[in-house]
Design a protein around this ligand. Structure first.
Ligand SMILES: C[S@@+](CC[C@H](N)C(=O)[O-])C[C@H]1O[C@@H](n2cnc3c(N)ncnc32)[C@H](O)[C@@H]1O
Length: 245
């Protein structure tokens, strides 16, 4: 299972081999497929039909069966106590009412079942994201940097744990997870980021030549503190919450 996105290995470990697992906000299905490969019967829900199509293709390529439904995790189309574990990676912060969403995730868990949620910590703890976005605000103005507003929401272990407790969950524990992302230099990193992340891709596609040059200089200056020898080393920080119904 190497090559899984940041936090997936910890989520897999925390589900403890639960037989029926729901992945809430499953997106393109990388975690969903990994859960099925680990032997679980897995259901994924997402509101984005095109992401679900990618997940279907990924499952077919991996030779695993998934149940994938276009549905909101704010109102799940499942009876109470339908799953032994519910996981959600980088999704519940999108909800306007995170506590109500966590309560809905808990509803579909068996009593004693495990909820595992993963969220980005604050942009300050994620310079790989926060610094390029700050550079966009400085060069192009706040409006063009007003994307991914939910990034870092509940991104503090105490706040995330409190929301889970308020939703009625028990045995709540929240920890930070860390990794470093290496890049050869700021220009290469901006190129990678705008290829893989839709927010940065849209900004990059909107730039005229003068803006592109100014932004390149600004990104380089803001990433300079993360230079280690011949490369950049950019911290990434998640908050992992485990709880039981
Ligand atoms: C950043 S992506 C993460 C996807 C996947 N969990 C992963 O780790 O790669 C967030 C996902 O949450 C989905 N999402 C946002 N609000 C949702 C909702 N109310 N119900 C279901 N999915 C939702 C989005 O469509 C998107 O696919």
């Amino acid at each position: 299972m190497s090559g899984l996105p940041f936090g997936c290995a910890e989520i897999l470990a925390a589900t403890g081999g639960a037989p029926r697992v729901l992945d809430a906000g499953c997106g393109s299905g990388r975690l969903t497929v990994a859960l099925a490969q680990a032997g679980a019967e897995v259901t994924g829900v997402d509101t984005n039909a095109s992401q679900l199509e990618v997940a279907r293709g990924r499952a077919a390529a991996a030779g695993v069966e998934l149940t994938l439904l276009e549905a909101s995790f704010e109102a799940l189309p499942f009876a109470d106590a339908s799953f032994d574990a519910v996981v959600s990676r980088l999704a519940v912060m999108a909800s306007d009412d995170a506590v109500a969403t966590l309560r809905e995730l808990a509803r579909v868990l068996e009593p004693g079942g495990r909820l595992v949620t993963v969220l980005w910590a604050s942009p300050g703890e994620n310079p790989w994201f926060g610094k390029p976005r700050e550079a966009i605000a400085a060069v192009l103005g706040r409006e063009r940097a007003a994307f991914a507003r939910a990034f870092g929401k509940l991104g503090d272990p105490e706040a995330a744990a409190a929301a889970h407790r308020e939703a009625g969950l028990a045995d709540v524990a929240a920890v930070r997870l860390y990794e470093l992302r290496a890049a050869p230099d700021a220009a290469a990193y901006w190129h990678e980021l705008s290829a893989e992340n839709g927010h940065f891709r849209r900004v990059a596609a909107s730039l005229d030549a003068e803006e592109a040059a100014l932004l390149a200089t600004e990104v380089e200056a803001r990433l300079a503190p993360y230079r280690e020898g011949d490369h950049l080393s950019l911290p990434r920080t998640l908050v992992l919450v485990t709880a039981r119904r």
